[in-house]
Ligand binder design. Sequence first.
Ligand code: NDP
Length: 257
Amino acid sequence: NARTTPNATTTEYRGEAGQPRLAIVTGGTRGIGAALSARLAKLGYRVIAVYRTSGGAAEGTGVLPVQCDISDPQAVAAFADQVLDEHGTPAVLVNNAGINIDRPFLELTGADWQRVIDTNLSGPFHLIKAFAPAMLAAGAGNIVNIGATTGIRPRSNGVNYAASKAGLLQLTKCLATELAPAIRVNCLIPGMTETDELITRFRLDDPEHRAAVLAEIPQRRIGSPDDIADALEFLVSAHSSYLTGQKLIVDGGQFMW
Ligand code: NDP
């Protein structure tokens, strides 16, 4: 019975000695990541929130902010060594940090391409590479990669972002196979989710733009970071213990793949 596996017992938020389990959330101090960190902390995890520049945003939230540029393999290796030494093996790794540099293809530079790929695709690769051996040795682990709907349904002016998120989805599936049965790997895909980044990118503070966006979403609202945290809670819980290598799209019904 899968529910007797170490990752899916009633004590899943507690380690062997009753210690809170460790969770790492990249980009965990801001936007969607801040809600994911807060939810894991509420569930009883000790949370390390990785940031690049916005460490101050974690103040007073109870999560531990740690600076690390996830696009830099050496920085990630040093971060992982420090975490494993000082905090132990993470039970949960959420690869949430992501950026976009949207431009028409003909204006996109090689540097724009590389920066987005290095952060959105290579970042999760470096982190999983750094932590999977310890998770495998512990016999349990739960990895959630934060994708994007454009990784499935392409749109104009963001080939770098779309390709990075499509790659992340395939990386999810391959690793769900290779790291099974100890580690589950899933891709949680937010639809339009209300963060500062999205409001600026889609000009949602303009009522006309917002109304046009809402017209395309059957649920008639922009998602909140807490909607994504609800799905994360499911993915790290025993209620999803037989679920791996999947994409879970939380988009108010906008795309329905
Ligand atoms: P934000 O721009 O609000 O936050 C991005 C986060 O990623 C920040 O915490 C940022 O840290 C961190 N980050 C970026 N680059 C690095 C890096 N090199 N190293 C470490 N951390 C880094 O984004 P959202 O909250 O909107 O998005 C979060 C995730 O959800 C992303 O992967 C995004 O692609 C995805 N997504 C979002 C959607 C939305 O509607 N909002 C829709 C679909 C997907 P810092 O501030 O310290 O630089």
